[in-house]
Design a protein around this ligand. Structure first.
Ligand SMILES: C[S@@+](CC[C@H](N)C(=O)[O-])C[C@H]1O[C@@H](n2cnc3c(N)ncnc32)[C@H](O)[C@@H]1O
Length: 277
C-alpha cells in the first residue's frame, strides 16, 4: 500500500473513531481489511480504497472502523483498579450514602464485556454489605460486533482463564461444551449499547463512576483531552474516573486530579472528597 492510500484510511479512522493510525501499522491495514474487502465483494484492497475516495456507504465505513479497533481485554484486567473499586471506592459510597443509595457506572469502551462483567461480579459479591442499593452499569463500545459478543456473554476456556478467579467462574458461569456463559443475574445488571466517544455524551446521563480504560491510548492528545473533559461533565461532582495502566490525565487536562495511592483513579479537580487508600 502506498502512502496516499494509507492516508485515506488514516483520515477516515481519525474522523470516525478518533483512532490514530501510524505508518508502522501499515501491516495491520492489510491483514485486518482483507475480510472486509471479501465481505463487500471488492476485487482487492485498491478497489475498496477507490470507493472510499468517493462517497462510501455508511455500512462500509462502519465495517472498516470495526475491523481496525483493538478489542484486547480480559476479566479483572490489571486487577489493581478492581481492588481499588472494591476496597476504596465502594466503601466511600457506603459511608456517605445518606438517603441516596443509587450508583450509576459507565464502562466506556467495554469491548467484549469482561470489564463490565468484572464490575458486576464485584457488586454481587459485595451485595450483603450494600442492602437497599441500586446499581446501574452502562457498557458502551463503538463496535457493534464486539457488543453482540458482550451481550451474549459467552467465553472460551482461554478467555475465562485470563484473570477470572475459579471461585467466580464456578459461581457466575455455566459451562456449555467448551464455552462458558455468564449467568443471567449478572448479565441483567448491564445495559450494553453502541456509543462512539466522539459523539455528544449528554444523552447518556450522569454517572458516579466512569471506567474509560485502554482506549484513549489510541487517540491523539487533543482528542484525549476533549473526551476526558466531556466525560467530566457526565460525572457527579464527587465521582470517580478510572483510566488504564498506560494512561494519565497529567499534561492533558486539568479537569481531574489523581486520588492519592490509587494508581489509575481520578476525581474531579474541584471535588472536596479526595480519598486516600
Ligand atoms: C483495548 S479495548 C479496551 C477494553 C476494556 N476497556 C479494557 O480495558 O480491557 C478498546 C475498545 O475501545 C473501543 N473503541 C475504540 N474507539 C472507540 C470510540 N471512538 N468510541 C467508543 N469505543 C471505542 C474498541 O472497539 C475496543 O473495544
Amino acid at each position: 500500500m502506498n502512502i496516499t492510500d494509507f492516508d485515506v484510511y488514516k483520515d477516515l479512522l481519525k474522523e470516525k473513531s478518533g483512532l490514530v493510525l501510524t505508518p508502522d501499522k501499515l501491516y495491520l491495514i492489510e491483514s485486518r481489511l482483507n475480510p472486509v474487502t471479501k465481505k463487500w465483494g471488492y476485487e482487492n484492497l485498491d478497489a475498496m480504497t477507490n470507493v472510499l475516495r468517493a462517497v462510501p456507504p455508511k455500512e462500509l465505513v462502519n465495517d472498516i472502523v470495526e475491523a481496525m479497533t483493538t478489542n484486547e481485554t480480559s476479566f479483572f484486567r490489571d486487577n489493581k483498579p478492581f481492588e481499588i473499586f472494591k476496597n476504596t471506592v465502594l466503601p466511600y459510597y457506603m459511608k456517605k450514602a445518606g438517603g441516596n443509595k443509587n450508583l450509576k457506572i459507565w464502562c466506556a469502551a467495554a469491548s467484549s464485556g469482561q470489564e463490565p462483567y468484572s464490575i458486576a461480579m464485584i457488586l454481587k459479591e459485595e451485595s450483603s454489605k450494600l442492602p437497599g442499593w441500586n446499581f446501574s452499569i452502562t457498557a458502551t463500545d463503538i463496535s457493534h460486533e464486539i457488543l453482540e459478543q458482550a451481550k451474549e456473554g459467552t467465553y472460551t476456556q482461554f478467555e475465562v482463564q485470563r484473570g477470572l478467579p475459579i471461585t467466580l467462574l464456578m459461581k457466575y458461569f455455566t459451562q456449555n461444551d467448551d464455552k462458558w456463559s455468564i449467568n443471567d443475574d449478572i448479565k441483567h445488571m448491564i445495559d450494553f449499547k453502541y456509543f462512539n466517544l466522539l459523539d455528544p455524551m449528554s444523552g447518556l446521563g450522569q454517572f458516579d463512576i466512569i471506567f474509560c480504560r485502554n482506549v484513549l491510548i489510541y487517540f491523539d492528545q487533543p482528542t484525549k483531552k476533549d473526551v476526558m473533559e466531556r466525560m467530566s461533565k457526565q460525572m457527579a461532582d464527587d465521582g470517580f474516573f478510572f483510566l488504564g495502566g498506560a494512561e494519565t490525565v497529567l499534561g492533558i487536562t486539568d479537569a481531574y486530579k489523581a486520588v492519592p495511592n490509587c494508581r489509575g483513579l481520578y476525581a474531579k479537580a474541584q471535588s472536596q472528597h479526595i480519598i486516600a487508600a
